[in-house]
Design a protein around this ligand. Structure first.
Ligand SMILES: Cc1cc2nc3c(=O)[nH]c(=O)nc-3n(C[C@H](O)[C@H](O)[C@H](O)COP(=O)(O)O)c2cc1C
Length: 181
């Protein structure tokens, strides 16, 4: 069984990105599962608190990432980049530097936005950040959900073409993880 952990970069209850992650359960290939981890309780990074694995919420997040075969980020785009809350969670998870649970972890990125570019700029920035953590970043196919408020309604990804794109990406991502394994 290939077990993925999903992290949304939005804390909003009606987040399009969290809805996208939730819709993934039924789109996963055979023999693979996705569970969702929340970053809501992660405090602002403070090196003074980063002792013995960090605060309990950080330790729990690290354990969830460490146990997973792959990590899937669903990121919003804020001011052409990733939300601060997501960068903050990654900063915590990235310690100790180069030996963290993110090092060599197979990571994939998706994102949803109401605009036309569907998080392209944020996804590029997230890849750049992940380079610093030594994560292995899944290269292709990319999933950028533009006009996401039309495709995702009442928390459901109803748009069949987008579901098909996600299905194909998940199949390729899980095969890639298994090849690397
Ligand atoms: C501070 C802030 C900055 C934003 N900047 C961008 C942006 O650069 N590009 C974009 O496509 N959308 C931008 N948006 C709109 C978000 O894409 C939109 O709010 C989206 O629904 C957020 O994701 P969520 O639904 O998962 O919370 C911004 C929103 C906020 C709150």
């Amino acid at each position: 069984m290939t077990q993925l952990i999903g992290i949304s970069g939005s804390l909003r209850k009606s987040s399009l990105n969290t809805a996208l992650l939730r819709s993934i359960d039924e789109l996963m290939p055979k023999g693979a599962t996705l569970s969702i981890a929340s970053i809501e309780a992660i405090p602002l990074y403070n090196g003074d608190l980063d002792i013995e694995g960090g605060p309990p919420s950080v330790q729990a997040l690290k354990a969830q990432i460490g146990d997973a075969d792959g990590l899937l980020f669903a990121t919003p785009e804020y001011n052409f980049s990733i939300p601060g809350v997501l960068k903050n969670a990654i900063d915590w998870a990235s310690r100790p530097g180069f030996q963290s649970v993110l090092a060599h972890k197979p990571v994939a990125i998706i994102g949803a936005a109401p605009g036309a570019v569907g998080t392209a700029r944020a996804q590029g920035h997230l890849k750049q950040v992940l380079l610093g953590t030594l994560s292995e970043v899944f290269p292709y196919p990319e999933v950028l959900v533009s006009k996401a408020h039309e495709r995702i309604q009442n928390g459901q990804l109803a748009d069949e073409p987008t579901r098909e794109v996600l299905r194909k990406m998940l199949e390729a991502y899980v095969s890639w993880i298994r090849r690397m394994g």
